[in-house]
Design a protein around this ligand. Structure first.
Ligand code: ADP
Ligand code: MG
Length: 324
């Protein structure tokens, strides 16, 4: 199977919706900008052995490679519209590509995202997706808008994916439904697209949680001019599955420092609190207020057993060996 057969068989659709002037086939895609809207672009790469273990199921990878990108658009408040897919494959394995494309295209269809191009070549397994979203001009939610006194809110539950990764790394197929659920949280995250769009005009800042709450909230505080935060440990949203599998203390530690959750963390001026509470009723997941932005730099934990948790050294950073 060559590059063009792969594209024709798995990624090309019969027709495009309005807005796509030129799709897959040409040297570049051409899209029409909706009037009065701004364009938001984001891209994310998944590398085998770095972002996912060898042998990860192709259906999940197809889903996740798009999901992590839609999560970035959600954190900006953008409506996802178009995607580009760069696939580096060690071999043209029909089963693998068909499962991958099913995972990718199903999630794309769920959010009306149109695949308009990409690149396909041979090499070590690596997937890069670029997404394009739109929003009314001037309404993008950035990391830099938090102010002292703003409330800090979180979607869904935290720490599940890192506990799921521990289960994957243990290398035994779990029979326990809680463990299976935690692995789904790692392998098939649900991007919070609807919530992200609803936060325009309400949230002062937002970020999606890929590196862990402490690290990612730290980015909001940094880009908002060097602020701090106070978090109430007992309010951290941990799932029943996380509690059942590893107990309260480990579940809360994972909620603070574990990566790959793809939930949204956002700050809200107090005057919008009731609107945020009302929003929860329109979502199929919880949203939880966990603390407040303050002027003193750093993240402080409060609550009866907060001393058990560490706020330093958290987060996932990619390091390279020094050259020379
Ligand atoms: P070029 O020679 O300009 O790089 P290609 O021959 O690589 O173009 O690709 C042909 C067409 O197929 C282009 O429109 C490109 O965007 C699209 N394409 C290639 N790989 C993919 C992919 N994995 N998913 C979607 N579209 C793809
Ligand atoms: Mg090419």
């Amino acid at each position: 199977m060559d590059e063009f057969e792969i594209i024709d068989r798995y990624f090309l659709r019969g027709s495009y919706p309005t807005g796509v002037v030129v799709g897959i086939s040409d040297d570049g895609a051409v899209i029409e900008n909706p009037a009065g809207e701004e364009t938001v672009l984001a891209t994310d790469t998944l590398v085998e052995s770095v972002h996912f273990p060898v042998g990860t199921n192709a259906l999940d990878l197809g889903h996740k490679s798009l999901a992590v990108n839609l999560s970035d658009l959600a954190a900006m408040g953008a409506v996802p519209r178009w995607a580009l897919l760069n696939l580096v494959l060690p071999q043209a394995d029909d089963d693998w590509i068909s499962q991958f494309s099913l995972g990718f295209m199903s999630l794309a269809d769920e959010y009306d995202v149109v695949l308009i191009g990409g690149d396909t070549c041979r090499g070590p397994l690596c997937i890069t997706v670029t997404v394009v979203g739109t929003l009314p001009a001037g309404t993008a939610i950035t990391r830099g808008g938090a102010r002292p006194g703003d409330q800090i809110w979180i979607s869904g539950s935290l720490g599940d994916a890192s506990i799921g990764l521990g289960i994957v790394q243990a290398g035994v197929d779990p029979a326990d439904p809680d463990e299976v659920w935690l692995m789904r949280r790692l392998n098939a995250p649900q991007p919070r697209v609807t919530l992200g769009c609803s936060l325009r005009g309400l949230a002062s800042a937002a970020i999606d949680l890929s590196d862990g709450l402490l690290a990612d909230l730290g980015h909001i505080l940094h880009y908002s001019g060097g602020l701090g935060a106070v978090l109430e440990v007992s309010l951290l949203p941990v799932s029943p599955a996380a509690l059942a599998v590893c107990g309260q203390r480990a579940a809360r530690s994972s909620a603070l420092a574990g990566g790959d959750d793809y939930e949204l963390c956002f700050t809200v001026p107090r005057r919008h609190e009731a609107e945020i509470e009302a929003l929860e009723k329109q979502q199929d997941h919880q949203i939880t207020k966990i603390g407040e932005v303050c002027t003193d730099e750093g993240i402080q934990l409060t609550g009866p057993d907060s001393k058990h948790y560490n706020v330093t050294g958290a987060g996932h950073l990619h390091n390279w060996p020094d050259g020379g």
